[in-house]
Design a protein around this ligand. Structure first.
Ligand SMILES: [Mg+2]
Length: 336
């Protein structure tokens, strides 16, 4: 499999954030349409390849996936590092006051686990020592990961920050394991690895034993399904972070361009906007921003601002973890 050669790192990092927003906005009009959604989507023909409005959003406009990513981006840029409290405050402002939503209204589409975490934070921001992990393994933690990946240059620090950002709303072994696995995959794509190397080595970068164990136990459903070009076992899936990872990998491995893989991923049906957002980050890094069709690059809502934000995040690469709200964490600090 050939690598996308000669791309600048900056172009690839732009691709991660813009790819996320494009997948989100192309997928939003067809998210969870009645089963079997892949059949209904196929009947739409070419329509799915263009931004179009529906009852959910105007054309080109993205949803919670991109909105939450921009909450994280704004915080990283303003604080020049990762501050749990500031990120969670922005999630609250998004959910309750419409911060970063296109119409300024409180967020319309907040995942259940995310809403629970936001409500808990509003009541008591600190996560006490020894808190019991959840078993929530929704795809929410990786749909919004782009800013964390762009703002890190070193894999150890990237995985620490990615794990933290996952724990803010999805504090489970499964969600954190796949978040680290996904961050590793995008990192390898950024480093100009070819597709086979990305698949072969992404799990090796995850060194935390409990996460490695989860990945090893679930190796078949994380990796094997992505090798079957028909995508049969990936149709009409929604929500589970393991499925979302497998779908993104399937889109990378079985198609030769950002565009072809994106359309194929959306045509699988299910949680299309989030599947598109996750595929868009991985392949935005692999193929780069310039490889994305102009209609999509220019037509996505706030196209110029997305590039500006990606470049600002690129400008703070290597930024530190400032403080976290997890009492058992080495970066824990009291709220203040
Ligand atoms: Mg969404």
């Amino acid at each position: 499999m050939k690598t996308a050669e000669g791309l600048s790192l900056k172009d690839r990092t732009r691709g991660i954030l813009v790819g996320l927003a494009i997948g989100d906005s192309l997928g939003a009009p067809v998210e969870f349409i009645p089963a079997p959604s892949d059949v209904h989507i196929k009947e739409m023909g070419d329509k799915i390849a263009h931004f179009h409005k529906n009852y959910r959003v105007p054309e080109g406009v993205w949803t919670d996936d991109t909105e939450m990513a921009l909450c994280i981006a704004d915080s990283l840029i303003e604080k020049s590092g990762y501050d749990s409290y500031d990120i969670m405050r922005r999630f609250c402002a998004w959910a309750y006051e419409g911060y970063r939503t296109y119409d300024g209204r409180p967020a319309a589409d907040v995942g259940a686990q995310t809403m629970n975490a936001i409500q808990d934070f509003a009541e008591y921001p600190v996560i006490p020592k020894g808190s019991i992990k959840t078993d929530s393994a929704g795809n929410g933690a990786i749909m919004r990961l782009a800013p964390i990946i762009i703002a890190n240059s070193n894999i150890e620090q990237l995985l620490k920050m990615a794990e933290l950002s996952c724990r803010e709303t999805h504090d489970s072994i499964a969600a954190c394991a796949v978040t680290e696995l996904f961050a590793s995959s995008v990192y390898l794509a950024l480093q100009d690895n070819d597709k086979d190397s990305i698949v072969a080595h992404c799990a090796e970068l995850v060194t935390d034993e409990k996460y490695s164990k989860f990945i090893a136990t679930n190796h078949d459903i994380l990796f094997e399904r992505s090798l079957d070009s028909t995508g049969e076992k990936l149709c009409n899936l929604g929500g589970y972070i393991v499925d979302a990872f497998a779908i993104a990998l399937w889109g990378l491995l079985n198609f030769d361009s950002f565009e072809d893989g994106m359309l194929a991923v959306l045509r699988l049906g299910g949680d299309t906007d989030t599947n598109g957002a996750i595929y868009g980050q991985l392949t935005g890094a692999y193929y780069g921003h310039e490889s994305i069709p102009e209609e999509w690059r220019n037509g996505v809502y706030k196209a110029d601002e997305l590039v500006e934000i990606a470049d600002k995040l690129f400008g703070i690469r290597g930024c530190p973890i400032i403080r976290t709200r997890f009492e058992d964490d080495e970066y824990f600090k009291e709220i203040g």
